[in-house]
Design a protein around this ligand. Structure first.
Ligand SMILES: [Cu+2]
Length: 120
């Protein structure tokens, strides 16, 4: 009798943990992406911060403060070309290392729209 009561209590607490864990984990994985702001103008990017210390998901928010279209490409992924005044986001998963980024509009990287993003 005592054993079965204890087993029921354990089962109930495991169920409670299971119910509680799912939304908590979902919230945590969403919140854990490091957010980085990328401002584009002719012809350079300002990336803040340019160095992070946490490998994993990184969400770049591109803001076009220039007068022509720009995009942002890093680690093989890129945003669409966005018009002046617009924003776009790009989430990539980065291990520790140095990751070159560019604007892929022809001529823009050569004109200065490129750099290195670092994950320590
Ligand atoms: Cu550009």
């Amino acid at each position: 009798m005592r054993v079965s009561v204890r087993a029921a209590a354990v089962a109930a607490s495991v169920m409670a943990l299971g119910v509680a864990a799912s939304p908590a984990l979902a919230a945590r994985s969403h919140a854990s992406a490091t957010r980085v702001k990328v401002v584009a103008v002719e012809f350079k990017f300002t990336v803040t911060p340019a160095v992070i210390s946490k490998p994993g998901a990184v969400t770049f928010t591109l803001v076009n403060k220039g007068t022509i279209g720009h995009d942002f490409k890093i680690d093989g992924k890129k945003t669409p070309v966005i018009k002046p005044g617009k924003t776009a986001t790009l989430t990539v998963t980065l291990h520790a290392g140095r990751f070159p980024y560019v604007c892929t509009v022809p001529g823009h990287a050569a004109a200065g729209m490129k750099g290195i993003f670092t994950v320590k």
